[in-house]
Write a protein that binds this ligand. Structure first.
Ligand code: IPD
Ligand code: CA
Ligand code: CA
Ligand code: CA
Length: 264
């Protein structure tokens, strides 16, 4: 599989940040950790990985803008191109020694998502996608699952923690979805949830209250694997609402219907 120059840059960057995360994961008890809000942690590992990504991408593509979880927005000379970066998606897992976390890097060109890379260093799984070029796990081309009935489907989600609010709505969603599906999974990394949908490991995914950096690369991944990704109304306001629903065409449609049931 020949990768484009753009994907190569993103992959080299993600792998370098991955080496840093792997080193820190081995000594997680020695890391400095601080709270950004209730239940919302950030560690030295997040910050180091983000610095690596920022430096590598700035060198490879001077002038591009950035939106990063820890560092926020950086306006470059080239506002048409923006990197959307989560240096460590799954910080809570990471800090608990659970090897389910990832680096997520996406590129937006003129407001359109054009490329995404998601890398889980603990499992050495590298997901890449470029608009029009398909999605891959390492060298294998990805396709969303073929299951079309919600009753056969395994669906991923995220559950808000303390301080996040919306707990009642999340419970209603869980009740509605658990009554109609073969199983619900909560991995703890939205980027990997979307990558798993692209890989056909999970049939669908929904979550509310996400940020653009949690989803950007995963959205490209699912679409390039032949799947559908929208907001909860079936529209394109995913970043604006922070709400995402993904799956193959049939599961995506059924999931939207099931989530609309509670009438909120
Ligand atoms: C979190 C993960 C998690 C999701 C949270 C996110 P972080 O990102 O994606 O799965 O449920 O809403 O904040 O903070 O670990 O990068
Ligand atoms: Ca975080
Ligand atoms: Ca995240
Ligand atoms: Ca993060």
């Amino acid at each position: 599989m020949a990768r484009s120059a753009l994907i190569n840059v993103m992959v080299q960057t993600a792998m370098k940040a991955g080496r840093s995360l792997s080193r820190d994961f081995g000594e997680v008890q020695n890391l400095q950790v601080s709270l950004k809000g209730p239940g919302d942690y950030v560690s030295q590992a997040d910050r180091k990985a983000e610095e690596i990504i920022y430096n590598e991408l700035s060198r490879a593509r001077p002038g591009y803008s950035f939106l990063m979880e820890e560092g926020g927005s950086v306006e470059g000379d080239d506002p048409q191109h923006r990197w959307i970066v989560d240096p460590l998606d799954g910080t809570t897992n990471f800090l608990h020694g659970i090897p389910v976390f990832a680096i997520s890097i996406a590129l937006e060109r003129q407001g359109q998502l054009v490329a995404g890379v998601i890398y889980n260093p603990a499992m050495d799984e590298l997901y890449t996608a470029e608009r029009g070029g398909g999605a891959f796990l390492n060298d294998r081309r990805l396709r969303v699952a073929a299951r079309s009935k919600l009753s056969d489907a395994v669906i991923g989600t995220g559950i808000p923690h303390l301080g996040r609010g919306h707990h009642g709505n999340a419970l209603l969603d869980l009740r509605n979805v658990m009554g109609e599906t073969a199983g619900i999974r909560r991995l703890g990394s939205a980027a990997l949830d979307l990558a798993y949908v692209a890989a056909g490991r999970m049939d669908g995914f929904w979550e509310d209250t996400l940020a653009p950096w949690d989803m950007a690369a995963g959205i490209v991944m699912v679409r390039e694997a032949g799947g559908f990704v929208t907001d909860r109304d079936g529209g394109g306001k995913i970043f604006e609402t922070g709400k995402v629903v993904a799956g193959n065409e049939a599961i995506h449609r059924s999931l939207l219907k099931t989530l609309a049931k509670q009438g909120r």
